[in-house]
Design a binder for this molecule. Structure first.
Ligand code: NDP
Length: 240
């Protein structure tokens, strides 16, 4: 009979006060890990340590990591989840609309990954998981900024894999499709029905369905997976 090993880890998730980040934090807590979340406002789920951080500010990221390390030990698993949208068509998109989204979603992930790599290199262990989106590789009208930032995460994870792969560190991308969050709840019924028609699964996913893929990538069972893009999109991107 085969057995699966379980090692409790120190986990840090950015943007863990709501949506997908909250679900990821809940799932890690349920599995018995030591879990911290960053939040600009609000709190992570029960059982987590909430620290204040803004991913557009390196100093605040550094302070958040230092606080988590002091309370829970070196960060072994990091999930770069915080993200924003500023959608508009290319012709109307200002340079500020573009760079603000890149700064939060892509440079923000870079800041978090760079800070986490310090402790991971020392420990010769690490799991880096970047929350991208199906539109990173699929493209999306009105989201030139957002899809560019999400595609950039693939290059980030793959380059980190090549740099740090021999030190017990993996870096992977999770690419969700439509997830039931505040964002998708705001869509009209007609638009929701139209989107669902284009998804082979015929439905949106729950945040927990994304969270379980993230916890699996952090597990001992996923030790030999790195540089991968794992879609959680009901077939929308056809595996990219
Ligand atoms: P939400 O809008 O519900 O939450 C976004 C989170 O990111 C919040 O915790 C927010 O914090 C945080 N955040 C935003 N900007 C910053 C910043 N500068 N510094 C720190 N934290 C910040 O999003 P979702 O839960 O829906 O999405 C989570 C991730 O999943 C995002 O990266 C998103 O792009 C991605 N995704 C979502 C999909 C969906 O259908 N919902 C589909 C595909 C990908 P605060 O509360 O303080 O604003």
């Amino acid at each position: 009979m085969s057995t699966t090993t379980f090692t409790p880890r120190t986990v840090l998730i950015t943007g863990g006060n709501r949506g997908i980040g909250y679900a990821i934090a809940s799932e890690f807590v349920a599995q018995g890990h030591r879990v911290a979340v960053t939040a600009r406002s609000g709190e992570g789920p029960a059982g987590t340590l909430t620290v204040r951080a803004d991913v557009t500010d390196s100093a605040s990221i550094d302070a958040a990591f230092t606080e988590v390390e002091a309370a829970l030990g070196p960060v072994e698993v990091v999930v770069a989840n915080a993200g924003i949208t500023r959608d508009t068509l290319l012709m109307r998109m200002s340079e500020t609309d573009f760079t603000a989204v890149i700064d939060a979603n892509l440079t923000g992930a870079f800041r978090v990954v760079k800070r986490s790599s310090k402790g991971m290199l020392k420990a010769r262990f690490g799991r880096i998981i970047l929350i991208s989106s199906v539109v990173g590789l699929y493209g999306s009208a009105g989201q030139v900024n957002y899809s560019s930032s999400k595609a950039g995460l693939v290059g980030l994870a793959r380059s980190v894999t090549r740099e740090l792969g021999a030190r017990g560190i993996t870096a992977n991308v999770v690419a969700p499709g439509f997830i039931e969050t505040e964002m998708t709840a705001e869509l009209s019924d007609a638009l929701q029905t139209e989107y669902k028609k284009s998804i082979p699964a015929g439905r949106f996913a729950t945040p927990t369905e994304v969270a379980r893929v993230v916890t699996w990538l952090a597990s001992d069972d996923a030790a030999y997976i790195s540089g991968a893009v794992i879609p959680v999109d009901g077939g929308l991107g056809m595996g990219h």
